[in-house]
Ligand binder design. Structure first.
Ligand code: NA7
Length: 538
């Protein structure tokens, strides 16, 4: 059965968002025999992987680790083709899972949730949509994604640009052919860094507008190694469990030494060996203190800068591409395929916005403080209002009609990143205050979905009506998230992890750095102790 656009008026649970998290939550709640629907703004399922269709879009967690673990047959049957999965392949996987478990019949597409209000008398949530539908439900689960509200550059003029423009996260389904066109790309985060080498293959001229250079490492992507696949498949259960107990949601051998206790030659050899692995964790996890000590971090940062200087022919361009002034890893590092090499092509130029800031978008192109760049097409790879943006875009009101926006005016506060006090029966999957974006998302998604499902099951068996975090538990957890973050270098860097990419947004580390394994243990202890820190009532 295919998806419809009609919602019933009453449900047991409403899930907002049909990405990896919403679809799995649907699957799990349906197993409890609940009446559940997923409401999705997009015209199809897939979430992040539906929207982010820009050229070169690819996950930078390796294919064998970026998949659901809940269906052991599926993980044996599904064949990834590359070391890192491309956006079309991930989307095909999501479609396959949805078909296999008949999920689409409970997904309502093309329907944007605008509000969710809690009624204290009935203990029900009323969820409203842009097209005027209204549904009441006991549980409201926000599976809205951490990077789903696009951010445009804070300069005027986009509306008068006469060429065509695209945001990487809202790319035309039919694709874009840049052949023979003069193209500008603004933004050099993961999206820009993945798209730029591909756009450069088509464009007649490409100008990359860079505000902050990023650390990027090569993927060494290619056809997947079949021996490795066979090996992983033979041990998948154990590997999944190890991932759940790990720091970032992918099992690695943990480092044991400080970067500063080894001699420079040995350190360089170690970084080189790890660089060749072509992944995010290799170099960053080489030593215990790379994310906690500036001097230690600088050794890895300088190693990466050395690579950039080796790859990029023009020394001036290479220097502009070298990140300086913030610690490697504290702004989301990128993985690329031929990014730095792209700047060796004659038709590609780098505009350094630190030297000559962006002033405006004009009819003809982009104006910086020193000149106007005339272009035919403009690509905005300018990122997202991360983690809180999608939640606060919905008018969510809890007890006493309190808006979530008001509660979070100084920054997000939730217990375990799962539930804000004063908002009974409302859950956020991979919400702020959980490992979330600082982990392999699928591992964190599965943990949250399973934990929420167990809690809902517990409520139903005990004939309980409401569950909500206590103010005390929420405060203690939020303080703990900050304290753990403060032991690292992350808070020193302006990044989207800190909300620093959106003017006026409260500046604080939104993800929990205590590690996926320890976090999961804490969630399980809370559940085992009768949901300690939550108030449950009949
Ligand atoms: P990111 O990583 O937030 O990157 C956005 C880029 O756009 C970044 O280089 C920004 O520079 C730049 N930007 C944003 N606003 C402006 C303005 N006004 N002027 C110039 N440049 C600007 O988003 P992505 O989509 O690339 O990646 C998001 C995540 O997806 C990624 O981290 C992975 O987790 C997957 P800035 O650094 O703010 O100076």
């Amino acid at each position: 059965m295919s998806a419809t656009r009609n919602l019933p008026t009453e449900l047991d649970a409403v899930i907002v968002g049909a990405g990896f998290s919403g679809l799995y939550q649907l699957y799990k709640l349906r197993q409890l025999g609940m009446r559940v629907k997923v409401v999705e703004a997009g015209s199809d399922i897939g979430g992040t992987w539906y929207w982010n269709r820009y050229p070169g879009a690819r996950c930078d967690v390796e294919s064998m680790h970026y998949s659901y673990s809940f269906d052991p047959e599926l993980e044996q049957e599904w064949e990834w083709t590359e070391k890192y999965p491309s956006q079309p392949e991930i989307l095909a996987y999501i479609h396959h899972v949805a078909d296999r478990h008949d999920l689409r019949k409970d997904v309502v597409l093309d329907t944007k949730v605008t509000s969710a209000h809690y009624d204290e008398d009935s203990a029900l949530w009323t969820v409203r949509t842009e097209d005027g539908q209204e549904v009441g439900a006991r549980y409201c689960i926000m599976a809205v994604g951490c990077l789903s509200v696009p951010k445009k550059p804070e300069v005027p003029g986009l509306e008068r640009f006469r060429g065509d423009w695209y945001h990487t996260c809202d790319w035309p389904e039919s694709g874009v052919d840049f052949t023979g066109r003069r193209v500008a790309v603004i933004g050099t985060g993961s999206s820009g860094i993945q798209a730029i080498p591909i756009i450069a293959q088509q464009a007649s001229e490409l100008t990359v507008f860079q505000r902050t250079p990023n650390f990027s490492l090569p993927t060494f992507n290619g056809p997947i190694d079949r021996e490795m696949v066979a090996d992983i498949k033979s041990r998948y259960r154990a590997i999944r469990e190890e991932s759940r107990q790990s720091g970032f949601g992918i099992a690695i051998e943990p480092p044991t030494r400080s970067a500063l206790e080894v001699d420079p030659g040995e350190r360089h050899r170690n970084y080189e060996e790890r660089w060749q692995r072509g992944n995010l964790t290799g170099v960053l996890q080489a030593y215990t203190d790379l994310l906690a000590d500036e001097e230690a971090n600088e050794t890895a940062a300088e190693f990466v800068r050395g690579k950039i200087r080796e790859i990029v022919d023009d020394p001036d361009t290479a220097e502009k591409l070298c990140p300086k002034g913030y610690a490697f890893g504290t702004k989301r590092p990128c993985l690329d395929t031929g990014y730095y090499e792209t700047f060796n092509a004659d038709h590609v130029q780098l505009a350094d916005l630190r030297e000559t800031p962006l002033v405006e978008i004009t009819e003809k192109g982009v104006r910086t403080s020193d000149r106007e760049y005339e272009v035919d097409s403009l690509v905005l790879a300018t990122g997202f209002d991360a983690m809180t943006g999608a939640l606060l875009n919905i008018d969510i009101r809890g007890r006493g009609g309190q808006p979530l926006r008001e509660k979070w005016q100084d920054g997000p506060a939730l217990y375990l990143g799962l539930n804000p006090a004063g908002f009974p029966n409302l859950f956020t999957i991979t919400g702020p205050g959980s490992p979330s974006v600082l982990s392999n998302m699928i591992v964190s998604i599965e943990q949250h979905v399973e934990w929420i499902t167990d809690l809902v099951d517990h409520m139903r068996r005990g004939e309980l009506r409401t569950v909500e975090a206590t103010e005390t538990a929420e405060k203690e957890w939020t303080d703990h998230v900050r304290e753990v973050g403060d032991m690292t270098l992350y808070p020193k860097t302006d990044s989207w992890y800190m909300g620093a990419n959106v003017p006026g947004k409260p500046r604080l580390l939104m993800a929990y750095l205590g590690g996926v394994g320890p976090y999961w243990q804490k969630c399980q202890e809370v559940a085992a102790n009768d949901y300690e820190g939550f108030a449950l009532s009949a």
